[in-house]
Design a protein. Sequence first.
Length: 198
Amino acid sequence: MTARPPADLVQAQLRAVDAWNAARAAAEQAEVAGSREGRMDLVRRRDVLREQHRAIVERVESQLRDVALLATRASSARAVVAHRNAWFTDKVSAALQEHGLEVLARVTNGAQAVGVVVAEQPDLLLVEDALPMLTGLEVVREVRRFAPDTLIGAHVGYVERVGELLDAGAHGAWARHVPPVDVAQGLAGLLSRELQPA
């Protein structure tokens, strides 16, 4: 599977980082209620923003070191896996690689997922619904906002949650009972359909 041309990818990455920085600045300017709950919510939001920022900076530094490779190599479709279960992540990542996708990052919390996606602008994201810091639902909404070209697959604990993630903007969703190889097959199918000319 092939991905976007490197120049298009870099432009999308720069637009996403600019949009994320503008949203972060707006969030910092927002007034906070004087209540204890308001202060606790502000602390939580700042922790999430710090984690997203850390992930963005790490990915951008890595990309700057590898920019020459990005411009010269034939690129394959790129994926990020955001999941807490290491066994599941390993199996899905291996299966995605067998389908010709490059797995850029494996992260275990929602803030990292958003940060990596903003910086990388991957073709595909697999997100678990029950991530710490930001839930899968929140990650889907943020990714739709800052990486609109990224296809999103969701892995949910209960079948009842599938509709909620799809309504938020996920392109596909699978319940926990679906084997990782089948989840990867479905994700590759989403990407194949998206890359086919109309």
